[in-house]
Design a binder for this molecule. Sequence first.
Ligand code: ADP
Ligand code: MG
Length: 271
Amino acid sequence: STTVQFTGETRVLTVSNQKGGVGKTTTAVNIGSALAALGAKVLVIDLDPQGNASTALGVPHSAEVPSVYDVLIDEMPLADVVQPSPENPNLFCAPSTIHLAGAEIELVAQVAREHRLRRALDVYLADHPMDFVIIDCPPSLGLLTINAFTAASEVFIPIQCEYYALEGLSQLLGSIQMIQKHLNPPLHLSTILLTMFDGRTRLAQQVAEEVRTHFPEQVLETVIPRSVRVSEAPSFGQTVIAYDGQSAGAIAYREAAVEIASRTATQSKEK
Ligand code: ADP
Ligand code: MG
């Protein structure tokens, strides 16, 4: 088995892509679980009102549960909403509830509306050291995603290898640049993961080649294959790492996590 040394420095990655259904949530929870299995302490922050990350991590997130909504809107401490995932003692989740759907609008009127997650996270990390914080974003570039971009230093983009994969990517890169310039200078694209890969199609191979040509430093060697086990796992309140650790999807996500962990925070800053 692989051992990875963790430095004690917290790496905050935001999993973003304004397209829905490209594997953001699946990637956030499975990389989170795989990193925890490597011995890292990991907090997954669910910023999508759909709450799919909370579901996959086995964490309750019905309407009355304290959630990221309360943190962003009512300044509730993050420590009061974070729950352990039953999957791994190193794995934690700040759940989302349906209330978060209104936060996009409510945040507009708030003081320091772009920095609310960052502030809450700084306070939390002072007492709860983590090796990784992974933020699962909604499929939009609104204030929730801006809060994620302001709290993180690394952007992690999952890309589905299909015809329109690169379309929209320049808009996302533009947003990252804008945040870097005006709100959060350390923010940079550190990691790209090719997901739901079907190597039998020529198109998937072409898209993969094109992405690797554009982003040679950022694209992980590992690709995540399309696998039924990956899509079944959330309905059991589990990641595929826990649901079927020997499946092709689980193996690939564990390999991707090793790649991410072995790039040090410093290395990924240089990119
Ligand atoms: P996003 O968060 O970007 O909207 P999801 O992670 O929710 O995307 O994935 C969209 C759908 O694709 C979900 O139903 C999910 O279970 C499925 N899915 C994600 N990755 C894979 C995979 N590697 N193989 C098969 N299905 C997948
Ligand atoms: Mg999602």
